[in-house]
Ligand binder design. Structure first.
Ligand SMILES: *Cc1c(COP(=O)(O)O)cnc(C)c1O
Length: 363
């Protein structure tokens, strides 16, 4: 490579996605591999979304509606947020990148937890900013310490609630106090990718706070409970003045026509989301029970995944489990070298994961 590199790009480690099933099967000559590495929905997509996507295929000679007006309308109705307070992204990950593009450059910083979603750091470093990682308390965001880490050069604070990969959460009251404690000159991103799964009474979406806080962006996604990770749609709720800035750096047709149509149908398929959440609740209890029998430590999770601590490194466990045809996610990158994150799946898959775990750890 002869093109002179920007130093902050040269130093950047790219996001490491979960291994695709086909690649693992080809590499290791396996069949019937199961992937529990990316928190995808084990029930597949909503059939209604698939039908709508197929219909939309007939029109893919046309550019999509740039801002996704009809999907914003559907989201507006569903979540009771005005249409012009909604922005769409190519996955919610793109909205994190758009925010970093809009507000971060060399000399500025973002604040996040040490054991949180890797994209917060990557998006910040990619803009030449500094990622300030704050230690967690019992694997939960320490919001007081995060607020203390904010200085005059902080432009964004990023909080996943529930958190990935720990599966812990902060109650609404804590989030409210946190947002109120921060200066209005700092963009607060509350990333709620797993909000559909959590059943705790003291949890509520931070969307209720956007009215009072023009510096707040609340993210959601169709990738998890809606089962549409492959279509790439995420959404953000925030003050129109804030969204106006984000729209400046959003690529004009960032979400596809097929994806927009499928998401409108998925939003109306509330039965599918309920089925996904109910399955997760039941299977989470099953996996926890089995892990206890094996005397393996885990962090109790409100998401559709669980962080498990191991007697060997997460990487070694991951490699051994691969040979059993089970893909999990080692978590050294997020600061948990002896842990893996495992997606909660169907009873059949979960049993297979437990059996493979027993085998490779000689339990
Ligand atoms: C899975 C996940 C997302 C969703 O990303 P998309 O780009 O919408 O697929 C966002 N944030 C966190 C913390 C996640 O775990």
């Amino acid at each position: 490579m002869k093109i002179p590199l920007l130093q902050h790009i040269a130093n950047l480690s790219p996001y490491q996605p979960g291994k695709p099933i086909k690649e693992v099967e080809r590499e290791l000559g396996l069949k019937n591999t199961i992937k529990l590495a990316s928190n995808e929905n084990p029930l597949g997509p909503s059939p209604k979304a698939v039908k709508a996507a197929k219909m939309a295929l007939k029109e893919i000679n046309l550019y999509p509606e740039g801002g996704g007006f009809y999907l914003c309308e559907a989201l507006s109705k569903h979540f009771k947020v005005p249409t012009d307070w909604i922005i769409l992204g190519n996955g919610s990950v793109e909205l994190i990148e758009i925010a970093a593009k809009a507000f971060i450059e060399k000399g500025l910083n973002s604040v996040m937890s040490e054991g949180s979603f890797a994209m917060y750091k990557i998006a910040t470093l990619a803009m030449g900013g500094e990622a300030r990682e704050v230690k967690m308390k019992e694997r939960t965001h320490d919001l007081k310490e995060m607020a203390k880490a904010v200085d005059k050069n902080t432009r964004i604070v990023m909080v996943a609630n529930p958190n990935n990969p720990t599966g812990t959460y902060n109650p609404y009251k804590e989030i409210k106090e946190f947002v109120e404690s921060l200066p209005e000159s700092v963009l607060v991103i509350i990333d709620e990718a797993y909000k559909e799964y959590i059943t705790k009474k003291d949890y509520k979406s931070a969307q209720d706070l956007i009215d009072k806080h023009p510096n707040l962006l609340v993210l959601g996604t169709f990738s998890k409970a809606y089962g549409l990770a492959g279509l790439r749609i995420g959404y953000g709720f925030g003050n129109p003045e804030l969204l106006k800035i984000l729209h400046k750096v959003r690529s004009p047709f960032n979400t596809s026509l097929v994806a927009q149509e499928a998401c409108i149908a998925a939003l109306n398929d509330t039965a599918f989301v309920k089925k996904s959440v109910d399955l997760n609740t039941k299977e989470m209890a099953f996996v926890e029970k089995e892990l206890k029998k094996l005397k393996l430590n885990f962090t109790p999770s409100v998401g559709n995944f669980i962080l498990i601590d191991l007697p060997i490194s997460g990487k070694e466990f991951f490699e051994k489990l691969l040979r059993e045809g089970v893909i999990v996610r080692p978590m050294a990158m997020s600061g948990f070298p002896n842990s893996v994150r495992v997606t909660i799946s169907t009873r059949k898959d979960n049993k297979r994961f437990i059996a493979a775990t027993k085998k490779v750890l000689n339990l």
